[in-house]
Ligand binder design. Structure first.
Ligand SMILES: NC(=O)c1ccc[n+]([C@@H]2O[C@H](COP(=O)([O-])OP(=O)(O)OC[C@H]3O[C@@H](n4cnc5c(N)ncnc54)[C@H](O)[C@@H]3O)[C@@H](O)[C@H]2O)c1
Length: 334
């Protein structure tokens, strides 16, 4: 039985507690939040679960094997470090840390202590992303051309991080997982309008072999959009995460060029427009699958694919995007 302590019981914490507590192989033995009012909410769902406002009760407890850090980004590093120093495996919310240096330090510490890190990139466990990854890996789309994602809404404004660290962390982790190559450079632009942090941003990521990604995130959109287009040499797909059914539509569409036999300096463009199909997606709760997978990795002593190193790749892209944005879109080479 893996005994778990959860730090942070705000918006996302209850999902982590519910999932870790209801697997056969694990049990949440304590929840901690600095805000004592959270105890009331916890008691309504799990009346006998111990609650504390002192994180040391979890971090220093000899009866806890794994600490879940579900607090604001600025606190991840410090809490995760203390948990590792006290010999606990860590499940840390996205984005892993506030800087590359912090992420590298945590990875090194975990390695030294033979402990596991999982970074909660929840989307990687959704039926949609699993299907997209399968399509890309099986070359059904052919060689990739682009990854283009729009994640906008009115709010929710954050005060400790800008819109890139809040929203693009999701897209960058999905992009990294699906494309599976090391990014070469990042260009980002964004603007601050209301509370001193960027609330609208546009990120471009360059990959080898002409693969390009673009991510637009915003807290200032009148409508909520969660749409990603992925184009390949053979097929293209649209993933609309707000669709109840048919979230992914795969289009047998494409463009090819060949030399004009009567004028070799001219290229002939031909457009192919075939069928569309919407594949069945695995109906799973992503966080349930993700937490089960982490327990399995600990039991079998294997490394999760969304480990600290995967979390670090995302933080590196976020840091580069911040740097580029501060210089009005100057390219940052990775
Ligand atoms: N994976 C996802 O899809 C997803 C979704 C939402 C949020 N998140 C991440 O989860 C984390 C928390 O986000 P949220 O929306 O729940 O924030 P929130 O502000 O609603 O909750 C954070 C809670 O942490 C508590 N807290 C702060 N410092 C603490 C400390 N040292 N010890 C114990 N408790 C402490 C606060 O009192 C608060 O209740 C963030 O990193 C966020 O990026 C991930």
């Amino acid at each position: 039985m893996i005994r778990i302590g959860v730090l942070g019981y705000g918006y996302w914490g209850p999902n982590i507690v519910r999932n870790f507590h209801t697997h056969n192989g694990s049990q949440v033995v304590m929840v901690c939040d600095k805000n004592p009012k959270c105890a009331e909410r916890l008691r309504k769902v799990f009346p006998s679960m111990p609650f504390s406002v002192d994180e040391n009760e979890i971090l220093k407890s000899p009866d806890i094997d794994l600490v879940a850090v579900v607090t604001p980004v600025g606190t991840h590093y410090e809490l995760a470090k203390l948990a590792l120093e006290n010999g606990k495996h860590i499940f840390v919310e996205k984005p892993f840390t506030g800087s590359v240096a912090q992420a590298e330090e945590l990875i090194e510490l975990a390695d030294k202590k033979n402990l596991k890190i999982m970074v909660d990139h929840t989307f990687l466990f959704t039926g949609a992303v699993k299907k997209i990854k399968e399509l890309v890996d099986n070359k059904e789309l052919g060689d990739l051309y682009y990854y283009d994602s729009l994640r906008v809404n009115l709010g929710l404004f954050q005060h400790d991080v800008n819109v890139i660290w809040d929203l693009a962390a999701h897209d960058l982790s999905i992009m990294d997982h699906v494309i599976g190559q090391k990014a070469e450079a990042v260009v980002a632009t964004g603007e601050t309008h209301l509370n001193g942090v960027e609330d609208v941003a546009f990120i471009t990521v360059y990959f080898p072999r002409h693969v390009i990604a673009h991510i637009n995130v915003s807290w200032l959109s009148p409508v909520k959009v969660r749409t990603t287009l992925i184009g390949g040499e053979k097929k293209m797909l649209v993933w609309n995460d707000l669709e109840a059914d048919e979230k992914i539509k795969i289009y047998d569409k494409g463009v090819s060029m060949c030399a004009n036999p009567s004028n070799l300096h001219q290229l002939l463009v031909s457009y192919r427009s075939g069928d569309m199909h919407a594949p069945q997606l695995e109906p799973i709760e992503a966080l349930r699958a993700e937490t089960a997978y982490f327990l399995q990795c600990i039991e079998k002593n294997t490394t999760p694919f969304n480990d600290g190193v995967a979390g670090l790749r995302v933080v590196r892209l976020l840091e580069a995007a911040d740097k580029s944005m501060r210089n009005r879109g100057e390219a940052v080479t990775l």
